[in-house]
Write a new protein. Structure first.
Length: 195
């Protein structure tokens, strides 16, 4: 469940008196929960559409196991704080490589699909500021990458305010989320969820 925004217009880093995994960031969500909560404006629907398309493309080339950490102004109440809509969603995809694929083949695949792995193209085509972390790398390197992304995503840019983020499994209910989102993409201002 996605918690309410706090007085600073961000997701809280944890809920309750003490931190525990069930009530602390990153909060585990489904794709349909994202749509229900954040499809509240035309621009947010465009970003959600891009995220769902991006996830579909990743799964289509074999990146089916793992999860994404979602962050940035998209998971904040940026409309109340800065009177603007979010332009994209920040995502770090922690994924196992496609089964049986060598590092050379993975590098070739990434070169062949710059729309998915080149930061500028991914932002332009999918509204995702996305980075990939290979879950098959050496544990020491994986810890370094995880520490970096957690430190970056758990603090707001500009004032370093501690905040929460979301975790979306790669095998979530994207098809159902798409059914929810498509009608909202074709109407004026959606009125789904609350902020």
């Amino acid at each position: 469940m996605i918690p309410d925004f706090n007085h600073s217009h961000v997701l809280p880093p944890f809920e309750g008196e003490r931190m525990n995994s069930a009530h602390s960031s990153p909060y585990l969500v489904t794709s349909s929960e994202l749509v229900q909560r954040f499809a509240i404006s035309r621009q947010r629907c465009v970003v959600l559409d891009g995220l769902l398309r991006y996830r579909s493309e990743l799964r289509g080339i074999g990146f089916t196991q793992g999860f994404q950490w979602l962050d940035g102004s998209f998971v904040e109440d940026i409309e109340a704080r800065e009177d603007r809509a979010p332009k994209d969603i920040d995502a770090v995809t922690f994924a196992h490589p496609p089964p049986g694929m060598s590092n050379t083949a993975i590098n070739q695949l990434m070169s062949a699909r710059p729309d998915l792995f080149d930061l500028e193209r991914c932002q332009r085509e999918f509204h995702c500021d996305n980075y990939i972390v290979n879950l098959a790398m050496a544990p020491e390197r994986l810890i370094v990458h995880t520490r970096y992304w957690y430190g970056l995503y758990s603090h707001r840019r500009g004032d370093a305010l501690w905040k929460g983020m979301l975790q979306l499994p790669m095998d979530s209910d994207d098809d159902f989320a798409r059914v929810m989102l498509d009608p909202l993409m074709h109407q004026g201002e959606p009125n789904a969820g609350s902020t």
